[in-house]
Write a protein that binds this ligand. Structure first.
Ligand code: KG4
Ligand code: ZN
Length: 340
């Protein structure tokens, strides 16, 4: 099937044209980051307004770059949730309207389902596999047995990994969103310079917690005012990154051992992180596990990733009903209630 996919759950307006859930003909991402950076974080009302302004041009560009016209499209895959309601509504309403006008089916998807399957755009991974999703809103370990068949093994009890990065960056005086900036600075720093806490690392559960690490960052910066351009700032970034990666690796190892999984997928914006990519590569080779981390442009929010589950559901005849609404909160374990 030739699908148009649309993503507007947070601060990126994205559209893509993908054939058979595999071949990306175009993937357009219009980021609002520069606008939200002025406020130190995403402002929901501003996000919705920008999605409204950008959704039409972004879809038009995706069709144009793919060399197709709307009447070639056979189905639409769109993020239904979780995310900001007003932001979700823009992409979701446009998807519904286009599907109605063109007489084609649409399917409303879970944003994280898109992240998990982004790597399928590079290489199909056999089921079952373990997926670690690390993004601005998620730090979750899932056992994935098939499309729509996800068991949450563990999750954060407070901040998500990306949130910990962004909040710590803010504490250090770096611009929003600071994840990539901490990553860049960490590469010039000494990860052993400071011993920061690794919350819940050896508690025998698959739960994550990052708020204590963030508090430790705050206390450190209060005691030792930082020169952002100095070596101490790089060392702090490297030490922070090491603490986050140690926790993510340790819990992922425990989940691999618990499930006996031999395939591991890392997904979400934080999967762009150079330290995490290196640490997971080491873990996979030590454990003899097949590792799949998509290229960075497929880790962050994009619409192409939605076409993988979208194509599967639409080919199986599992289109969404026209009265389906967005879901600001939506647990992965409850996908079946809507879709299957
Ligand atoms: O998946 P994503 O694009 O959006 C959500 O669904 O949340 O993830 C965004 C998150 C942000 O917190 C951002 O700071 C973080 O991913 N991020 C990174 C890096 N690149 C993006 N965190 C650490 N290192 C990076 N290189
Ligand atoms: Zn995301």
């Amino acid at each position: 099937m030739l699908l148009l996919s649309i993503e507007t759950s947070c601060d990126e307006t994205a559209a893509a044209v993908v054939r058979d859930g595999r071949e990306v003909l175009s993937s357009v991402v219009s980021s609002q980051i520069a606008i939200h950076a002025l406020y130190g974080g995403v402002v929901p009302e501003i996000a919705s307004r920008n999605h409204l302004e950008m959704i039409s041009p972004v879809i038009t560009q995706a069709l144009h770059e793919a060399g197709v016209v709307l009447s070639d499209i056979q189905g639409i895959a769109v993020t239904r949730g979780p995310g900001l309601s007003g932001a979700l509504l823009v992409g979701f309403s446009v998807a519904k309207a286009l599907a109605f006008a063109c007489g084609i089916p649409f399917v409303g998807l879970h944003h994280i389902e898109g992240h998990i399957f982004a790597c399928f755009l590079e290489q199909t991974v056999a089921f079952p596999f373990l997926a670690l999703v690390v993004s601005g809103g998620h730090t979750h370990l899932y056992h994935v047995e098939g499309f729509g068949r996800y068991t949450t093994l563990g999750r954060t009890i407070d901040d998500a990994a990306g949130e910990a990065y962004d909040k710590s960056a803010k504490i250090m005086g770096l611009e929003y969103p600071g994840g990539a900036k901490i990553d860049a600075m960490a590469q010039a720093g000494d990860a052993k310079a400071l011993r920061l806490p690794r919350p819940m690392i050896n508690d025998g559960t698959l739960k994550f917690s990052f708020s204590g690490l963030k508090t430790a960052m705050l206390q450190h910066v209060r005691k030792h005012p930082l020169d952002i351009a100095g070596q101490a700032a790089n060392d702090l970034c490297a030490s922070f990154q090491q603490a986050v990666c140690d926790v993510l690796v340790s819990k992922t190892l425990a989940a691999l051992q618990q499930t006996g999984a031999t395939r591991l997928v890392i997904a979400g914006g934080v999967a762009c992180n150079s330290g995490l990519r290196a640490a997971m590569t080491r873990l996979a080779s030590q454990q003899g596990v097949q590792l799949h981390i998509p290229k960075p442009s497929l880790c962050g929010d994009n619409a192409a990733m939605l076409a993988v589950p979208g194509n599967h559901y639409l080919e199986a005849g599992l289109a969404s009903a026209s009265d389906l609404d967005v879901a600001a909160t939506w647990e992965m374990d409850r996908i079946k209630e809507i879709l299957l």
